[in-house]
Design a binder for this molecule. Structure first.
Ligand code: ADP
Length: 521
């Protein structure tokens, strides 16, 4: 009879052990352990306290007890010995502590047994089983549960490791997902298995569309900057286990057209046997570096071209004037000096524009704000330019009582200067140039129109870009560096306004800007 019971008990324990090892959810596992232990020892309630990193013990699961009461059992988790031998494991005064807690809570719990849960002699938790009636737990009871408690400890330890691992994985997933760089993971056949948010932003492929596809379907190069791409590198034997990452740079075709400049670092991942497991690709947007590079080369070519002409003129005239063997009449001297002054002014203007452009790139265009009468500014600009041209006729048309705006008078004058200078430059045959003002409910609009060569419609969207110059030969021959409109736009936008152009090729152009009349704060 008794042996029969023992056999059944052992079978039950075995079954529970098996179930325990399969359970990786820590909460489920603890519940399972408690229930089994209570069943085996005919207990009515139980608790498991696990050791925290700071060494203290905290109740993590209960059986037969309301969850809300768990904190009251804290006294039972003190004075826990380090000796993990089941027979010797003894918490001093445990019985009395239980009686006190039970009395306080009005619970019928009389007897308690505490069993160590240890791994390699290290205590990771304590299993408590309570009985409501008086029968004491015997040494035999302890013995029955000894190996069970050890097995439970292993299962708990595994579940804890698993939990920590899952947590770590979730953390890594979040890091990858929100990384500013694009991250893509490929399997050995180059199929995409992970595609993060930044990848979606760069390529315009959604993660759902990209995952499962072959690398080459998503990574399509419009232009390669480096000699190799992934396929060429693989054809050449990349990667070997000792391989360094592969770097590929170029313009990537986006899903729905357009390109983006990226640099991709492919890092191979091998298993212990040296087999390729994954390729991890880090994709970085290099547009800004590319732009900076391009800007540098444009800058240098502009400088060399545009600075050379006035410097050559100044030097030529100055050399001539300096010649000792010639006696120049007053008129020639005056004319030569006028050219020198004019070219020096042009140089100054160019240097100022380049400085402004570099300041803008650094993100700053400070405004000295004041009340500005744009009609008066227009008059000044017209007067100034009228003295410089005989073939153009500059007229100013503003309605009376034109409202003032809050802004930087010198900067707004610079805008008008640039627009009028362009109108003159791009009307080589002369003609009327009109500066007019219009009042709208919330803004004022100033327009500079000319009857010059005009702008082809395909160039219109680009004329406000930095260093952009008209493509026609005539435009290319006209001096300029392509900064005037770029600066005008930046200044107008710093005032909270807009600037735009309309043009009919061969007939003329009109440039307008609007400035809000409400004071800026
Ligand atoms: P730049 O005049 O130095 O080339 P801008 O930034 O002032 O640079 O102008 C950019 C381009 O816009 C010019 O190269 C020219 O092609 C075009 N453009 C500007 N203003 C006019 C205009 N009034 N008429 C025709 N084309 C113009």
């Amino acid at each position: 009879m008794l042996t029969d019971y023992r056999v059944r008990q052992r079978e039950y324990l075995l079954e529970i052990s098996r179930a325990m090892t399969a359970q990786l959810n820590l909460d489920e596992l603890l519940r399972m352990v408690l229930e089994a232990a209570a069943n085996i020892l005919a207990g009515q309630a139980g608790l498991i306290a696990l050791r925290e990193p700071d060494g203290s013990f905290v109740a993590k699961a209960s059986y037969g007890l309301p969850e809300a009461l768990l904190p009251y059992f804290a006294p039972l988790f003190t004075d826990i010995p380090e000796d993990v031998n089941v027979q010797r494991f003894y918490i001093p005064g445990l019985g009395e502590k239980l009686v006190a807690v039970a009395a306080r809570l009005g619970l019928h719990l009389r007897q308690v047994v505490a069993l160590p849960m240890a791994i390699k002699q290290e205590l990771i938790g304590v299993l408590y089983i309570f009985r409501a009636y008086g029968t004491r737990f015997t040494a035999n009871d302890r013995q029955i549960l000894a190996s069970f408690a050890d097995q439970a400890a292993i299962a708990v330890h595994n579940a804890q490791l698993y939990e920590r691992l899952s947590q770590e994985k979730r953390r890594l997933d979040a890091i990858v997902e929100y990384s500013a760089d694009g991250v893509m993971i490929l399997d050995p056949a180059h199929r995409i298995t992970l595609f993060n948010r930044a990848m979606v932003r760069l390529t315009r492929w959604s993660a759902a569309e990209a995952v499962g596809r072959h690398h080459d379907e998503v990574i399509r190069w419009a232009r390669l900057e480096t000699e190799l791409d992934l396929n060429k590198a693989v054809a050449g034997g990349w990667p070997l286990p000792s391989a360094s990452p592969l770097y590929v740079e170029g313009d990537l075709r986006r899903k729905e057209g357009g390109v983006v400049s990226v640099g991709i670092t492919y890092a191979p991942l091998f298993d212990r046997e040296g087999r390729l497991v994954n390729i991890i690709a880090d994709v970085r947007d290099v547009t800004r570096f590319r732009e900076a590079d391009e800007l540098k080369s444009v800058f240098i070519s502009v400088i060399s071209h545009e600075l050379k002409t006035p410097v050559a003129l100044i030097k030529g005239y100055a050399d001539t004037l300096m010649r000792k063997d010639a006696a120049w009449d007053q008129e020639t001297v005056q004319e030569s000096l006028a050219v020198i002054v004019e070219e020096a002014d042009r140089l100054n203007q160019l240097i100022d524009n380049l400085l402004d452009a570099s300041r803008l790139q650094a993100g700053a265009l400070p405004l000295k704000k004041d009340e500005v009468a744009l009609d008066a500014v227009a008059e000044r600009v017209a007067r100034l330019f009228s003295t410089q041209t005989r073939i153009h006729h500059i007229v100013v048309r503003f309605p009376p009582d034109f409202p003032t705006v809050i802004g930087d008078a010198a900067r707004l004058e610079q805008v008008l200067n640039n627009l009028v200078a362009n109108a003159i430059k791009y009307s080589p045959g002369g003609g009327d140039i009109e500066i007019s003002g219009h009042v709208l409910p919330e803004e004022v609009v100033v327009t500079v129109s000319d009857s010059g060569v005009g702008i082809p419609s395909e160039e219109l969207p680009h004329i406000f870009e930095r260093f952009y110059r008209g493509q026609s030969e005539r435009h290319q021959r006209t001096p300029g560096v392509g900064l005037g409109l770029y600066l005008a736009k930046a200044i107008v936008e710093a005032h909270g306004g807009r600037i735009w152009a309309e043009s009919t090729p061969g007939k003329g152009s009109a440039f307008s800007f609007a400035i809000p009349v409400k004071p800026l704060n």
